[in-house]
Design a protein around this ligand. Structure first.
Ligand code: AR6
Length: 165
């Protein structure tokens, strides 16, 4: 099993699946969600419309359309309030459920953005700990996934993920 941290635009990655930090509507938004929808093209939104949204912590798969990645796994991170409203468990569910979906589709390589740490306000150090711990746990199970890439969009995120790893 291999876990890597890189600084990159996730929409450029040629992996089996990139994970999208979406919202419950699954119909697009700002941040990494907006970037993924722009790069994938309008067919992605059409595919997302058929999924009737998702709950926080859930993960649902579509094709990647114009992206170099074959698939997109859409997950909905928690909006951070104070950490006392189930945010850690919900963030953990995002990583675990995304990898479960990847396994169900026999995918090998998956790239994650730093879910919830942008618009949703999750403190980076806390989110990075959950992200790395959960992915390690899931890769220790019997899964098709052999490679996970954590994609940072800025130096600070890269540093914190690397330290945690
Ligand atoms: N590649 C990799 N990472 C990126 C990219 C990119 N192209 N663009 C941004 N990031 P955010 P959230 C990083 O705000 O906090 C949307 O409107 C970004 O720097 O995208 O889960 C959705 O529709 C940060 O480190 O997601 C939801 O409404 C990380 O991705 C809401 O935002 C996550 O930031 C979700 O908020």
């Amino acid at each position: 099993m291999a876990i890597e941290v890189i600084k990159e635009d996730i929409t450029k990655l040629k992996v089996d699946a990139i994970v999208n930090a979406a919202n419950k509507s699954l119909l697009g938004g700002g941040g990494v969600d907006g970037a993924i929808h722009r790069a994938a093209g309008p067919e992605l939104k059409e595919a997302c419309k058929k999924m009737n949204g998702a709950e926080t912590g859930e993960a649902k798969l579509t094709e990647g359309f114009d992206l170099p990645a074959d698939y997109v796994i859409h997950t909905v991170g928690p909006v951070y309030r104070d950490g006392e409203h189930g945010e850690p468990e919900k963030l953990k569910a995002c990583y675990a459920n995304s990898l479960k979906v990847a396994n169900e589709h026999k995918l090998q390589s998956v790239a994650f953005p730093a879910i919830s740490t942008g618009i949703y306000g999750y403190p980076l150090d806390k989110a990075a700990k959950i992200a790395i711990e959960t992915v390690k746990e899931e890769l220790e199970r019997n899964t098709s996934v052999t490679k996970v890439v954590f994609v940072a969009f800025d130096d600070k995120t890269k540093q914190i993920l690397e330290n945690q790893l």
